[in-house]
Write a protein that binds this ligand. Structure first.
Ligand SMILES: Nc1ncnc2c1ncn2[C@@H]1O[C@H](COP(=O)(O)OP(=O)(O)OP(=O)(O)O)[C@@H](O)[C@H]1O
Ligand SMILES: [Mg+2]
Length: 507
């Protein structure tokens, strides 16, 4: 049957060829009528329709057709098991090979009971052009054939299914990227692109992330639910994005959490450095050029810009250490002649203004060491939907680190470590550093003892510091009391002198 269909297809092609051979006057006078009857006749025997998808089409003048690429991926996923002749394409920096059907191969597809078949083919022009910006010697295309009674289903439903699947495969198999907007001035003058990128390869996952297991599971479920909620977001009229605020002291795993999130959902990361953004218009431009399935990350948002200060018109106390840092940054920016003019309202619009709805399936993540210094408008629910505290190492966190770094789940020293962790604050970064063997000779016990030692010295340091603080407080109070006494004495003396002056004058 397939052979028969193929032959009929060839006949149609032959008809086209005969048409090209006939003189023009004959075509003008008779061919229109003849062709009508030929098609009727062919249609009687050949109840199939054919749709071609060319690798290069005029609508997408440069580069390959996106539809062709999507079909190629869709067919590759399946055809490698069914087609007899395959073509190998090397991807991911020569690390893997993707197989696709070779030229003139044919595969069947069955979708919802409708049978179609795909043929890969190519045309070779008779004359090679003198000049061409790409190799025009071969023009590949896929031909889809189906029964004409399924025409509507195939054109409206099946082709959409193929393109969606193909695009999904592209997302699943792509190399993920880490983008930055911070470029040197020299680079910027040659390349006007807003983002530059490297391949994103970070080993952090939710398995390696040390934190309270219940909290971890809650975050994991939240992320997975988000990634499957396209229809829900559409139904409630919200753009498909979610904001996360990660806060806590340095070294508690905020950046590690970001990498784990991106690895879980297979998203790209756009690491946005606000201090390098010229103004709100530039910020919008950056937003527009981000892709879907991505995370936009602003680390240390409290130090990025004087966002709170601009809103409050710098009425706040200038002794604040954050402001000192910002002033320092502004000074440096002025020196370079590129001070950022991004305002708080610009940033709020970036997060959930009208423009933020472009693209979809996006996470916006802020990190900070000082949540209390952020403007409430910036982190209210709806903008930053989920607030996650990354805190000092507790016993549960330690157990995850011990499993990751030493491969132990229990040990007699765990009891001592648990007690010490309850008595002093140590970041997971510091705990991890003690647990990491520094040579092959350092076994589990040595590393756990190292941790106990550093916990004890951290505890001692904290005790000394609190004693010193208490002493300083006493000193300040004593100085305060003394100056109050002096003031009282001065007041008394001045009262006395004024009294004596008044009595003198009376005399
Ligand atoms: N919760 C954690 N789980 C696993 N590893 C951690 C955790 N916290 C810290 N680490 C380890 O400590 C290192 C520093 O952590 P990370 O950079 O994620 O901290 P951070 O909270 O982003 O710090 P900062 O506020 O200074 O940016 C990481 O490379 C990781 O190895
Ligand atoms: Mg960090």
């Amino acid at each position: 049957m397939m052979w028969f269909m193929g032959q009929l297809g060839q006949l149609i092609g032959a008809g086209m060829f005969i048409r090209a051979m006939l003189p023009q006057w004959f075509i003008d006078q008779f061919y229109g009528h003849i062709e009508k009857y030929i098609h009727k006749l062919i249609g009687y025997f050949y109840p199939y329709i054919q749709i071609s998808f060319h690798e290069y089409n005029t609508a997408e003048s440069f580069g390959r057709s996106k539809a062709y690429a999507a079909i190629e991926r869709y067919l590759s996923a399946d055809s490698s098991t069914r087609a007899k002749r395959l073509r190998a394409n090397v991807v991911k920096n020569c690390q893997s090979v993707v197989l696709s059907m070779d030229d003139y191969e044919e595969v069947f597809d069955d979708f919802n009971g409708v049978k179609v078949w795909w043929t890969s083919s190519k045309t070779i022009p008779l004359q090679q052009p003198f000049f061409s910006y790409r190799d025009d010697s071969e023009k590949r295309f896929y031909r889809l054939t189906c029964h004409r009674k399924h025409r509507d289903f195939v054109t409206n439903v099946y082709i959409k299914h193929v393109l969606d699947e193909g695009n999904d495969i592209a997302l699943r198999t792509r190399q993920r990227k880490l983008y930055t907007n911070n470029k040197s001035d020299d680079f910027r003058s040659y390349h006007q692109k807003t983002w530059s990128h490297i391949i994103f390869e970070h080993p952090s996952t939710f398995d390696t992330l040390a934190m309270d297991p219940k909290k971890k599971e809650e975050i994991l479920n939240d992320l997975l639910t988000f990634s499957k909620s396209k229809d829900y977001y559409k139904k409630v009229g919200k753009s498909w994005k979610r904001g996360y605020l990660l806060y806590g002291p340095p070294g508690t795993g905020k950046s590690s959490m970001i990498a784990a999130m991106a690895n879980l959902l297979e998203y790209d990361i756009y690491d946005l450095e606000l201090a390098s953004v010229k103004d709100n218009t530039d910020l919008r431009k950056l937003l527009i050029e981000t892709s879907s399935k991505s995370m936009i990350v602003i680390e240390d948002i409290d130090c990025s810009l004087d966002l709170t200060g601009k809103r409050k018109e710098k009425q706040e106390d200038d002794k604040d250490d954050k402001k000192d840092r910002i002033k320092e940054m502004e000074k440096m920016a002025k020196k370079k002649g590129k001070e950022s003019e991004v305002t708080l309202s610009g940033l709020l619009n970036f997060i959930d203004g009208l423009w933020s709805a472009c693209g979809s399936e996006r996470l916006i993540v802020f990190t900070t060491n000082h949540i209390e210094k952020l403007d409430p408008a910036l982190i209210r629910r709806g903008r930053m939907d989920k607030h996650i505290e990354m805190s000092y190492c507790c016993f549960e966190t330690f157990k995850v680190l011990a499993k990751n770094y030493l491969d132990v789940e229990t040990h007699e020293l765990f009891l001592t470590i648990g007690r010490l962790l309850g008595e002093t604050n140590m970041t997971p970064a510091d705990v991890a550093e003690s647990l990491m063997p520094k040579s092959d000779e350092e076994g589990v016990e040595v590393c756990l003892n190292k941790l106990i030692k550093s916990l004890e010295s951290a505890k001692e340091e904290a005790r000394l510091k609190s004693e010193e603080d208490a002493m300083n407080k006493c000193k300040v109070e004593a100085v305060g009391e003394k100056s109050e006494d002096n003031n009282d004495q001065k007041v008394e003396e001045s009262d006395e002198s004024s009294e004596s002056e008044s009595s003198d004058s009376k005399d």
